[in-house]
Each structure stands twice: as C-alpha cells, then as structure tokens.
Write a protein that binds this ligand. Structure first.
Ligand code: ZN
Length: 293
C-alpha cells in the first residue's frame, strides 16, 4: 500500500525529494488514525539525516563522523527514550553529543534528561528554558537545556553546521527553527501543522507574529521543512500555510474593525475555506492580541 511504498522508497531514498515524499505520504489532517502514539521506525530523509515519528513530536537525527545531533526528544518516559535509541542504534553507534529543542512543550523536551545523562549538551533558547520551568505541563519534567542562547545559535560539529533561529513568537514564546544548511532541511516544528494551528497564548504564543516566523524560514535555502507532527513539507506548502495564516489574522482584524467583540469574533471570521476550526479560547486570545494597546 501507500505506506509500504513510502518506507521502501525511503530505505533507498538518498535522492528523494520532498515532493515525492508528500505525494506518497499518508492522508493528512483530522479524522485519520491518531499520529503514532508509539515511536516508529527510523527513516532516512537525506544523506546523514534521519527522522523518527511517533511517541510525541518528530525527532531528527544528524549523523556526523564525531557523533550525533538530535532535534526534539519526544514525550516523557523511559520507553520513548529507549525506543528512540534503539532506532538510532540501527543506523549509528556513535554517541549523541548535542540535542536541540524546538520549543518547550512536553512532546518536544520529554526525554532531555536521558540524553544529558548519556553525555549530551541540550541547546535551546533562553525563553524555552524559562517557559519549561514555568509551564505547569513541563515544570516537573527533568532535563532543562544545559546551554542557552538569546536569538540565534550556530553549532559546527563533526563537519556539520546546524543553525537555530528565533524569528519571533508563534506557536509559543520560544519557537526555534533548526536549519541544516548543507542538506537544505529546516525543522519548523509546530509552526506548520496538518490540523488546526495552536497558539499557546499562556506561554508567549502569538497569532500576530506567526507569519513573521515563516517569513524568516522562507528566506532560508531549504527543500524540505519538517513539521512537529506529520510528513515533511515542501517550500510551496510552507508558503501556502503562511498565506493561510495571514488570511486568518487579517480576517479577524477586519472583523474587529467592523465591530466584532471578544464574544462574537468566532462567528465573524470565516475559516472553513482554510480547513481550520478554532474554539472560543483561541478567538479570545486572538481578540486580546489584536486589540492590545
Ligand atoms: Zn507544541
């Protein structure tokens, strides 16, 4: 079936393009089977770059001759960590030296401590460390970042370069785009979603700045963008998502100018053609942000 073809293709797919990946990916969006609760098989995306889905957010693994660089560490739990390491060990026996987190949510930082215990440095935004410590969902998860930066960070290790960029606030107040320039791959995390985008207003998230982050991403030279969940995206899909989000915000802004209140905003903003549906809490946060003096 489609999935079999996909993994078979990936097994040999050094030259696979994101378009081919997408053409053969499973159907996206709501209503499909719940995206992997458990850690799935490792897949090669590019030479020396692998992805593991399931068990939380997507995890990337960059292989260098001196060790491994990992992006995002899934939901908390020894089982997730053990399964991730089992999959990693099927492609490399080298130690994980660096971990990047794309934002502080539990499904992205869950097993940080296990990597730290095994000798890795966890690199993240200052704001990520702060939000991880204050968010009730993550404050008791061990493994806060061991090396932090304010906005941009470049790691050169084992002949590989990894750039981490903060382009503004979006899904949270600590979103970090992780870019592999030589492979033309960027991890955009939950800034791109198959289902409804989520703005974590309580932890610095912003609907207004959301597109600013994707504009930053679109300035990078990339072919494949990896979302927090789901299949890799093309540059065209990132652009389309960015434009949809801009449409959402401008419709909400126009509705408020036309007299919509915090309570009526939901009924005044058309989203069915965007394929999204939001709850009252989302519109409340959006209203507050758009009317903030
Ligand atoms: Zn998230």
């Amino acid at each position: 079936m489609v999935r079999t073809t996909l993994s078979a293709t990936l097994a040999v797919g050094l030259t696979l393009t994101a378009t081919a990946l997408l053409a053969q990916g499973p159907p996206a969006g709501r209503g499909g089977p719940k995206a992997g609760q458990t850690v799935e098989k490792i897949r090669q995306l590019k030479p020396d770059l692998y992805m593991i889905t399931g068990g939380g957010a997507n995890t990337l693994i960059r292989v260098t001759p001196e060790g491994l660089i990992v992006v995002d560490t899934k939901n908390p739990g020894d089982e997730n960590y053990n399964r991730v390491m089992e999959e990693i060990r099927s492609v490399s026996n080298l130690p994980v030296k660096y971990v990047f987190n794309t934002h502080h949510h539990p499904d992205h930082v869950g097993t940080n401590q296990k990597f730290i215990d095994a000798g890795a440095t966890v690199i993240a935004l200052d704001a990520l460390k702060t939000h991880m410590a204050s968010d009730p969902r993550t404050k008791d998860i061990p493994g806060r970042p061991t090396q932090t930066f304010a906005k941009d960070y470049t790691l050169k290790f084992g002949g590989a370069t990894v750039e981490a960029h903060s382009y503004g606030r979006g899904h949270t107040g600590d979103d970090t785009m992780v870019y592999f320039p030589d492979l033309k791959v960027v991890m955009v995390s939950d800034q791109i979603t198959d289902a409804n985008p989520i703005v974590d207003f309580a932890n610095g998230g912003s609907a207004v700045e959301w597109t600013q982050i994707l504009d930053g991403v679109l300035k990078l030279d990339f072919e494949i963008a990896i979302p927090g969940r789901g299949e890799p995206k093309t540059r065209a899909e990132v652009k389309a998502f960015r434009d949809k989000f801009a449409t959402l915000v401008s419709r909400a802004s126009d509705a408020i100018k036309a007299g919509a209140t915090r309570d009526t905003l939901a009924s005044q903003v058309k989203t069915d053609d965007l394929g999204w549906m939001f709850n009252a809490a989302f519109y409340g946060g959006l209203y507050d942000e758009l009317t903030k003096k």
